[in-house]
Design a protein around this ligand. Structure first.
Ligand code: NAP
Ligand code: MG
Length: 507
């Protein structure tokens, strides 16, 4: 390996001072020797021109059809209708009727059987679900295949286990379901967010009306097919499609007993305002600006893998992303040199290619938001470091990027970018690291890298964040609760804690 080539840095074309591009090493080292051979996954599953709402166990046509596009090609994938007040009302009534006539009173073991069946069918159709998720969302197939879909199945299987053991979840108390849950989810993990919402609600004996994000409705339709095949009674899960206005109709519908929302802090605040005083239950999973803290005693090579997983997994469209790297000053240069080398191996491109590390940005609107914040980072004087890799001509793509010379007043240090862009800051003492990490209106996640267990635990205890990882990042398990502090929301999903929002617990 030619080290001078590896570290050769050219200024990014058109960039002012404070910007450098990191060459794609594979092109440098292997370009002529071993030209890259794409390894795309094929889609062999038909996608219909249109999918209706899913009401009372059936797909139902509607009005106001809109397209979902493949963000990697900008081609139309399918169309779904927009639910108006009438459709939302019909869905809520179907859910109420299913709640009162069968699901609430069905023995937990029977509910559990259906949830187990759903989990197993997801596993059986995992390849199809992964391919379709990557087509509609833009995430790399290796992530939808190895992370999203296995976790979706795991959530159904995990909560299936609780369905007949609810009285043991909160010992000494009696538990009962709440009623009809209205759920609204974002586009970054379409199937996984659906599983996080639907599985605990159903296990606890509630019924559901859910609205997927407008840019990623496709895999929800497959999930509905699985519900039918698994014998889920009609009306237990209803799906209404549409944009924010449909979400608003759903969460404000008086027939809803409990609202669960995952999305932006801005919309979360609107929902909280609308529900204030109604007595309806609410959980909010909102945005984040997670700190990934690397101490000078940390194993740096492992920390680099954690930084990559923290900010470049799912194109950085991750609420709990480690979007702020806080590194102890005396190891900052060494760590960033290793990060450059690792970053130079990332492959950006076709989400269906099994070698792709970073797929497409989910929408043009999201790409514009990332562009705007990156421009603000440069204008405000931070130094941009960006991988100089080729990206496809069509579709929405953004190269992995990090900024140094970042101060707390910079927008890139404070605002959620929700893209593959990392803000790097340095610190000298553990106290300073804690102060910097908590200096954000958000409080969703944090990562700590250190060789010392005592340091990990003491810093973890000082984090105002719902999830704290030690020497790892973005690790998920259905048995582990997830949720936020401060403007990242309230309520927990996952684990025993995730049952609580869906149960009336008394005594
Ligand atoms: P968003 O605009 O808040 O949208 C989220 C969902 O809410 C979408 O289904 C959206 O519909 C709908 N919606 C929009 N306006 C609404 C309203 N007034 N009332 C009810 N529903 C409404 O968020 P996003 O930009 O799509 O998603 C990214 C955000 O989600 C990020 O901030 C991220 O951090 C957060 N997130 C949090 C978690 C977590 O667990 N904490 C997980 C994933 C993502 P449309 O699809 O039509 O816009
Ligand atoms: Mg789409």
């Amino acid at each position: 390996m030619d080290a001078t080539k590896l570290h050769a840095i050219d200024p990014a074309p058109g960039a002012s001072g404070g910007a450098r591009s990191i060459p794609d090493v594979r092109e440098l080292l292997f370009g002529d020797l071993w030209p890259y051979a794409p390894a795309p996954e094929r889609n062999v599953w038909p996608i219909a021109e249109r999918y209706g709402h899913f009401l009372d166990g059936e797909f139902v046509d509607g009005d106001g059809w809109f397209a979902s596009v493949n963000p990697a090609t900008e081609e139309v994938v399918t169309h779904v209708p927009t639910a108006d007040a009438k459709v939302v009302d019909r869905a809520v009534k179907a859910a109420r009727s299913a709640y009162e006539t069968c699901w609430r009173d069905m023995p937990g073991a029977e509910r559990g059987k259906i949830l187990y069946r759903i989990g197993r069918m997801i596993q059986e159709r995992s390849r199809e679900l992964a391919v379709l998720e990557s087509i509609d969302n833009g995430k790399p197939i290796k992530e939808s295949r190895d992370v999203d879909v296995p976790l979706v199945a795991a959530h159904f299987l995990y909560y299936a286990g609780w369905a007949d053991k609810l009285r043991y979840a909160f010992p000494g108390a009696s538990v009962a379901p709440i009623g009809v849950a209205g759920q609204v989810i974002p586009w970054n993990f379409p199937l996984l967010m659906a599983a996080w919402k639907i599985a605990p609600a159903l296990a606890a004996g509630n019924t559901v009306v859910i609205k997927p994000a407008e840019t990623t409705p496709l895999t929800m339709t497959r999930l509905c097919e699985i519900f039918v095949e698994a014998g889920l009674p009609p009306g237990v899960v209803n799906v209404v499609h549409g944009a924010g206005a449909t979400g608003k109709l759903l969460v404000e519908h008086p027939g809803i007993d409990k609202v669960a929302f995952t999305g932006s802090t801005e919309v979360g605040k609107l929902i909280q305002r609308a529900l204030a005083g109604t007595g309806r239950r609410l959980t909010l999973e909102l945005g984040g600006k997670g700190a990934n803290i690397v101490f000078d005693d940390a194993p740096l090579d492992q920390a680099v893998e954690g930084i990559v997983a923290g900010i470049w997994f799912n194109q950085g469209h991750v609420c709990c992303a480690g979007s702020r790297l806080l590194v102890q000053e005396n190891v900052a240069d060494a760590l960033l040199a290793k990060l450059d080398e690792r970053m130079a191996t990332l492959r950006v491109g076709d989400p269906l290619d099994k070698n792709t590390d970073i797929g497409a940005i989910n929408s043009r609107a999201q790409l514009e938001k990332i562009d705007e914040l990156v421009a603000a980072g440069r204008d405000e004087g931070a130094d941009m470091h960006q991988l100089a890799c080729p990206i496809p001509e069509r579709g929405f793509f953004f190269r992995p990027t990090y900024f140094t010379g970042v101060t707390q007043s910079h927008r890139i240090a404070r605002e959620e970018i929700f893209g593959p862009v990392l803000a790097v800051q340095t610190f000298r003492t553990p106290d300073e690291a804690v102060q910097l990490a908590n200096n954000t209106p958000y409080g969703l996640s944090a990562g700590i890298w250190s060789d010392k267990g005592s340091k990990l635990f003491s810093i973890a205890g000082a984090m105002r964040a719902g999830v704290v990882w030690g020497n790892t990042f973005n690790a998920f398990d259905p048995g582990s609760p997830f949720g936020g502090y401060k403007e990242s929301g309230f309520g927990r999903e996952g684990g025993r804690h995730g049952l609580l929002p869906y149960l009336e617990v008394t005594g």
